[in-house]
Design a binder for this molecule. Structure first.
Ligand code: GDP
Ligand code: MN
Length: 400
């Protein structure tokens, strides 16, 4: 689950990391009021940032500075009306603008292969790290945290030196270790600070000092670990969740959208993966991974069918059910119900074996469903149906 910058910053603050102040505004008036408060407390400029769950907001014009409350209001108005990479901006972050001296990059990601948290840092911050990785891989320093002890102080110091943060060693060490602590505390997959920045700040005595602060924050939480952190569920932004993902989550289905044309409805994760493999072996491309789970009733099956059909690329469906706790006749009833409500006619091949398979076969035969006795046969029929549909639609994008 991706969370908004403002929420990600709250998690960092809770771990003791230095983040400049901010407020979230949903309207021009809220943005103006927030800007007035920051100007009253001494800010020379404020920054207004679109809160959308995509990167590159700066390049898209979603990050702007303003020198007065009126200007902040007009800038906020412009950003609130924007569409960034297809997402409507509904809220903005308002904060005192940082006077940036230099931008760095620092992130913690879950390295599944190493089974450890990997810290990545670079003195080339602000830009996209993929670009740095491609053009100047030597400009990125990495270190693995210890699974028990976290990032050890000497590791954090080495990292800070390698990034050229010698002048801010103590704070840099705290931030690097804090990222790892944030990963662990919330079961995050990614905690990214880009830019981590040295900024000029004017103290109460008027003296200008350098500080190292987290100017941007991106945090992705592990969906499977969310039950351990019920309070984080509030950070979900339903406005930006993919409608199919939301529907699947609410229906209790495990659904992952893929790029192919053959919709797959299966019970059990292992069987779902096998089904996808066989579709591929038969020359087709699966449109999704969908596990209806054990013991699914007819309404859940109908729900799954709606989610599959909502993908316009789907032109054939393969249903593969191994009845154990799940009853074959229940699934057959769900399919019949779903087809009755279906707005789009898509060829479907059904294979149901196991509990109540005979009853299922009778129901499906009565309803004139295309069935298959084996999974290989089902996959071959689904791929053939998909090819025929693609050819019928003009042949563009036919699976190889
Ligand atoms: P992103 O483009 O979505 O990653 O948004 P960021 O928060 O990283 O902002 C993009 C860029 O805008 C940063 O790399 C900075 O160069 C600039 N920026 C962001 N906040 C400030 C700020 O407070 N002051 C100044 N001067 N520039 C900022
Ligand atoms: Mn950024």
């Amino acid at each position: 689950m991706k969370i908004q910058e403002a929420d990600a910053k709250s998690l960092l603050v809770a771990q003791g990391l230095p983040v400049p102040a901010w407020e979230v505004a949903h309207t021009v008036d809220e943005a103006r009021a927030a800007a007035e408060r920051f100007f009253a407390s001494g800010a020379a400029q404020v920054v207004i940032k679109a809160q959308v769950l995509v990167g590159g907001r700066g390049k898209a014009g979603g990050v702007k500075l303003a020198g007065s409350a009126n200007e902040a209001a007009s800038v906020a108005g412009a950003i609130l009306g924007m569409d960034i990479k297809g997402i409507a901006v509904r809220k903005v972050l308002v904060g005192p603008a940082a006077d940036i001296v230099k931008e760095y990059y620092l992130s913690a990601v879950l390295d599944r292969a190493a089974r450890r948290i990997l810290l990545m840092g670079s003195s080339e911050g602000g830009v996209e790290i993929e670009q740095v990785a491609a053009e100047r891989p030597d400009a990125i320093v990495t270190v693995h945290a210890d699974p028990e002890l976290g990032l050890l102080p000497f590791q954090a110091r080495q990292m800070a030196f390698a990034m050229g943060l010698d002048g801010h060693l103590k704070v840099a060490v705290g931030i690097a270790r804090g990222l790892v602590a944030t990963m662990t505390a919330y079961d995050a997959d990614l905690v990214e600070i880009n830019p981590l920045a040295i900024v000029h700040e004017t103290g109460p005595d008027g003296a200008v000092v350098e500080q190292l602060v987290c100017l941007d924050a991106k945090v992705t939480l592990d969906d499977s670990a969310l039950p351990r952190h019920p309070e984080l569920e509030n950070l979900r932004d339903p406005d930006e969740e993919d409608p199919a993902d939301r529907e699947a989550r609410e229906a209790g289905l495990t659904f992952i959208k893929l790029d192919g044309t053959i919709g797959c409805m299966v019970n059990g994760a292992g069987l779902a993966m096998t089904t996808m493999d066989l579709v591929k072996r038969a020359g087709g491309e699966p449109a999704n991974f969908l596990d209806i789970g054990g013991g699914a009733r007819a309404d859940k099956v109908a729900h799954a069918m709606r989610i599959i059909l909502a993908d316009a690329k789907v032109n054939a469906i393969l249903v593969n059910i191994f009845g154990g706790i799940t009853r074959g006749d229940e699934v057959a009833r769900g399919l019949i119900e779903a087809r009755a409500q279906q707005e789009r006619d898509v060829p479907m091949v059904v294979r149901i074996v196991g509990t109540n398979a005979a009853e299922a076969a009778t129901l499906l035969a009565e309803a004139r469903f295309e069935t298959a006795a084996s999974l290989d046969e089902a996959a071959a029929k689904a791929v053939a149906a998909s090819r025929a549909a693609t050819a019928g639609a003009g042949g563009a994008g036919a699976p190889a």
